[in-house]
Design a protein around this ligand. Structure first.
Ligand SMILES: Cc1cc2nc3c(=O)[nH]c(=O)nc-3n(C[C@H](O)[C@H](O)[C@H](O)COP(=O)(O)OP(=O)(O)OC[C@H]3O[C@@H](n4cnc5c(N)ncnc54)[C@H](O)[C@@H]3O)c2cc1C
Length: 485
């Protein structure tokens, strides 16, 4: 088994298409010097950290309270997986639910699928209410099967889920089609069958900058380029014990809340509550998460017209695709969104490296380098990936791959995110391990975390899916969905 590196984000990462025009918040410093203390410290300036800050401050404002909230980000704002992803906001209604049903029962699986579905409306509402421009586009997503065996397995999964009453409502939104016209219907040359289901796509970078900018308006203190090096257990335990003893004798004596000391290269800060939203990098700060959340690398690219004088790129039947690939024993997929200008963001190609070269992607935090076989899959040509895979995309349409990048995902041993109070760490909350599928999960999970942190709700009171709850048991994983799957 390849070793796992649990370091901090590396300098000079590859730059994604989404990040090609840096936001004004890229290097934002709300204050020059780190404040000495705050009520709530959020670590990580990606989608999860930004959404936590937004929900915390929005809810506090509605209650006329104003906690001091500081967000520390190791590199530029949204420089992690969020700024380098495929742009899909795509609830999984047909794949993960089967596995989750087997493990936790159909009701728990349906709760997860419904939670993901709820993100479509929740993100649309955020974008409309806060007037955020992030290219949000609703789409019917096609999950395309390219071999008869895949098509048969999809039918089997669909039949299985249809037998479960818990899925009745959700599956009403899903269609399964098979037939010789599948290539024309989907735009995928080798299509044999496909699921269609509701989804959306967007610029994850602009969405996250929108969350950060609204949170800043509500009072967030954001410091980018400030890596957290350690979270120290309460340095003040002895004096708190004295206070607790005194409080027993005198009811006017208050015990100060437990504080955490967080160190950075720019000094230390104490905080009453901490939200660790570092996804792939969680084990660098909370080593007990090393087996549960493993940093894993993925690759994506942007395919555009070769020059302004090239013919317009063909429009696909839908702007959200997942193309399943099977080459002998090697399986993988390409996820793809088509942008308004016809260009395409595509990524994946796991079948080119995942099984054959685990060291190239498993247990690494290096998003400064590419994954060569995946890079070749998308960039080699002519004819090039688009012409090979898509109907009507012939080499004469003259495409070029103008951005290729990698990103580090927090793969979770049991495929589920870790959300809630970190076991054994008073006042520390975790929101991480999105398993390469965080867009329809992290926004509302962050809302639940904000409710736990600031409103004092229990995990159960937030209404988050029960199986997302982080626990001591999940830190010693029963499943290996990363290398084992
Ligand atoms: C190539 C690729 C394609 C993907 N495609 C999709 C997709 O289409 N749809 C989908 O749903 N998901 C996709 N994902 C996954 C998705 O991007 C993630 O699930 C999601 O972005 C996780 O958000 P996050 O905020 O938890 O993590 P991140 O965006 O990684 O944010 C974590 C942040 O924490 C910072 N950090 C880490 N350690 C420290 C520290 N010690 N101190 C301070 N800051 C620290 C990092 O720099 C980073 O900015 C993809 C991921 C990749 C890499």
């Amino acid at each position: 088994m390849p070793s796992i590196s649990t370091g901090l984000p590396v300098p000079h990462p590859t730059r994604s298409y989404w990040q090609s025009v840096p936001s004004a918040l890229d290097k934002h410093q709300s204050v020059q010097h780190l404040p000495a203390s705050c009520d709530i410290l959020i670590i990580g300036g990606g989608y999860a950290g930004a959404a936590t800050a937004y929900h915390l401050l929005k809810s506090a404002a509605s209650r006329n309270t104003r906690p001091s909230v500081v967000l520390l980000e190791a590199r530029g704002a949204c420089s992690g997986a969020t700024g380098r992803n495929g742009g899909h906001l795509r609830p999984d209604l047909t794949s993960a639910p089967v596995l989750l049903s087997e493990r936790y029962g159909p009701r728990a699986a349906a709760a997860v699928a419904q939670f993901e579905m709820d993100h479509l409306a929740a993100i649309a509402q955020f974008v409309a209410e806060e007037d955020v421009d992030c290219d949000l586009t609703e789409a019917t997503s096609f999950d395309v099967f390219t071999t008869p065996e895949q098509a048969a397995a999809a039918r089997e999964r669909h039949d299985l889920l249809r037998k479960e009453p818990a899925f009745a409502g959700l599956l009403a939104a899903v269609g399964l089609y098979a037939g010789d016209d599948a290539p024309d219907r989907t735009g995928v040359r080798d299509a044999k069958a496909y699921f269609c289901s509701p989804a959306a796509h967007l610029s994850p970078y602009k969405l996250t900058m929108g969350l950060l900018s609204r949170a800043l308006e509500l009072g967030l203190c954001l410091k980018t380029h400030t890596p957290v090096l350690s979270i120290l257990e309460d340095a003040d335990d002895a004096s708190r014990a004295d206070e607790a003893a005194a409080a027993e004798d005198d009811e006017d004596v208050r015990v100060r809340p437990r504080c955490h000391r967080i160190t950075t290269p720019q000094g230390a800060i104490t905080a009453t509550k901490i939200v660790v939203a570092t996804n792939a990098y969680t084990a660098a700060l909370l080593p007990e998460y090393a087996a549960a959340i493993v940093p894993c690398k993925g690759l994506a690219c942007h395919i555009a017209a070769a020059s302004p004088s090239s013919p317009p790129l063909p429009r696909l039947p839908t702007s959200s695709l997942c193309i399943r690939v099977q080459q002998g024993p090697l399986s993988g997929y390409t996820y793809l969104v088509q942008r308004a200008d016809g260009s395409v963001v595509a990524g994946g190609a796991h079948h080119t490296y995942k099984q054959t070269d685990p060291a190239s992607w498993y247990g690494t935090v290096d998003d400064a380098g590419l994954i060569e076989p995946a890079w070749r899959y998308y960039c080699d040509g002519p004819p090039g990936f688009a012409a090979r895979a898509l109907v009507g995309w012939v080499p004469r349409t003259r495409t070029c791959v103008d951005h290729v990048w990698t990103g580090i995902m927090g793969y979770s041993a049991d495929s589920l995110p870790h959300v809630g109070a970190a076991p054994g760490r008073d006042g520390v909350f975790v929101l991480a391990g999105f398993h390469g599928h965080g867009m329809p999960v992290a926004y509302l999970a962050a809302k639940g975390v904000a409710e736990m942190v600031w409103e004092g709700k229990t995990y159960e009171e937030t209404g988050l899916p029960a199986v997302y709850k982080t626990s001591q048991e999940r830190l010693m994983p029963r499943y290996d969905d990363i290398l084992g799957a």
